[in-house]
Design a protein around this ligand. Sequence first.
Ligand code: FEO
Length: 165
Amino acid sequence: MKMNETVAVALNRQINSELNASYTYLSMAAYFDSIELPGFAAWFRGHSKEEIEHGMRIYDFIVKRDSRVELEGIDKPQLNFDSPTAALETALAKEKEVTAQINALFELAHEEKEYSTQNMLHWFLEEQIEEEDLFRSILEKVKAAEGNRWHMLVLDGELGKGIAN
Ligand code: FEO
């Protein structure tokens, strides 16, 4: 059955939001490269790819439901941050924003009786719990290391090896 049009528009908007998140995290990777923390940069680069995968999940769903994918422009991301802590705080705020968007999408799918969309969104509801938890835990570690270059380098090494996440 072809997808409800209001829901299709909202899902297209969510593709855009996931790709904006991808670009934001890529910009954070570039920031961490610029302050010689390559482990953080690699971590954010990996997370940038994950956001594209999130967008593609929705893309594929729209196509399978015989609806139209319509891409929008990507906003210019923030380039600089006051500190690693500030960057992680911005990233966590981004994840909270995405969680609110997924919740609103779920609500809309419910109102429009789009049951298969609700089913598809269950994956995202679970994923957002994991994402917020992950970003929060890295933020706590960064806060603890802030101001001490040696501790920051140890954390950087762990993030680069996938130990700290
Ligand atoms: Fe696709 Fe990190 O939320």
